[in-house]
Design a protein around this ligand. Structure first.
Ligand SMILES: [Zn+2]
Length: 292
């Protein structure tokens, strides 16, 4: 017992010579600043010589002041009712190939107004078409108005749905969406445009194996496309097309270019804001049937 008391006393004596770690450290009164560097922070964070730029002092050097990223400009939707040609440009050598899909292109172009107005983002003024040989795909959009069709795909029935799907990608080019959601939206808009429903509502057991969609950027098979289509459709049926449009606008403003996990987070935040529903989570969005 005595030993403990003695040890306690020893500690008290030892501490009395140190700075009490809980005492507020007050700055010295301003006087001559003895700082030969660009800026000086003392070890408790008291600034001896501040950075005029508004940046932070890092090892005696002023960092660049942090500027919030500029807000992207709002889009003014071009009026597609007037003077808008759904122009598809192609290499004259490909004329024979283009002729095979021209009728489908016209069918898709008739849906341009509904695509643009539903999403709130403009379509490209024209599309440049090229052809490739690839038995795995029908078509894809590679950005900047460039659309590729495969020789195997140009005869596919329902090619107009695919063209609308790719046009949706073109409208959403500036919106950093998680790919799974963008694919679902492109499918959904194709359904809306042609007044059909290809979404597949699967039971909870059936969708367990789609869990990788939370993190994977790649969607490969038809069932997955249908499922993400169902997710988007379910959102629109629950909250309305305007809530979707507003969410897209918020995603565009946020410009989250990080991983799909970061994009998922911003997607949910945008949807919560647009719908006013704070209970909306990623799991509720992707697996609504679990919450019925
Ligand atoms: Zn796609």
């Amino acid at each position: 017992m005595l030993g403990k008391v003695l040890a306690g006393l020893f500690v008290l004596v030892a501490l009395s010579g140190c700075i009490n770690p809980f005492e507020l450290v007050t700055p010295e009164p301003a006087g001559d600043v003895n700082c030969a560097l660009e800026c000086c922070d003392n070890y408790v964070g008291f600034i001896d010589k501040a950075c005029d730029s508004g940046g932070n002092c890092v090892f005696g050097k002023c960092s660049e002041p942090t500027v919030p990223p500029p807000k992207p400009p709002a889009f003014k939707l071009p009026d597609l009712n007037e003077n808008w040609e759904c122009l598809f440009v192609f290499d004259p050598e490909d004329e024979e190939l283009f002729e095979k899909l021209e009728y489908k292109v016209d069918l898709a172009c008739e849906k341009a107004i509904i695509i643009q107005e539903s999403l709130g983002f403009p379509l490209k003024p024209h599309y440049t078409i090229s052809f490739e040989s690839d038995p795995r795909f029908i078509a894809w959009y590679s950005g900047n108005g460039n659309m590729t069709f495969t020789r195997q795909g140009i005869a596919a029935p329902g090619l107009q749905y695919t063209i609308v799907h790719e046009m949706v990608h073109s409208a959403l080019e500036e919106v950093p969406l998680p790919i799974w959601f963008e694919e679902g939206l492109a499918e959904h808009m194709s359904d809306v445009a042609f007044n059909r429903d290809t979404s597949l509502v699967r039971d909870v057991e059936g969708i367990e194996n789609l869990e990788p969609f939370f993190v994977d950027d790649v969607i490969e098979n038809n069932i997955n496309y249908r499922y993400v289509n169902f997710v988007v459709k379910n959102f629109v049926e629950t909250y309305g097309q305007d809530a979707l449009k507003e969410s897209l606008g918020l995603m565009y403003q946020a410009q989250e270019r990080g991983s799909v996990l970061m994009k998922n987070r911003v997607l949910i935040e945008s949807m919560q804001k647009a719908t006013g529903d704070k209970s909306l989570t990623l799991e509720r969005l992707v697996y609504p049937k679990r919450f019925e």
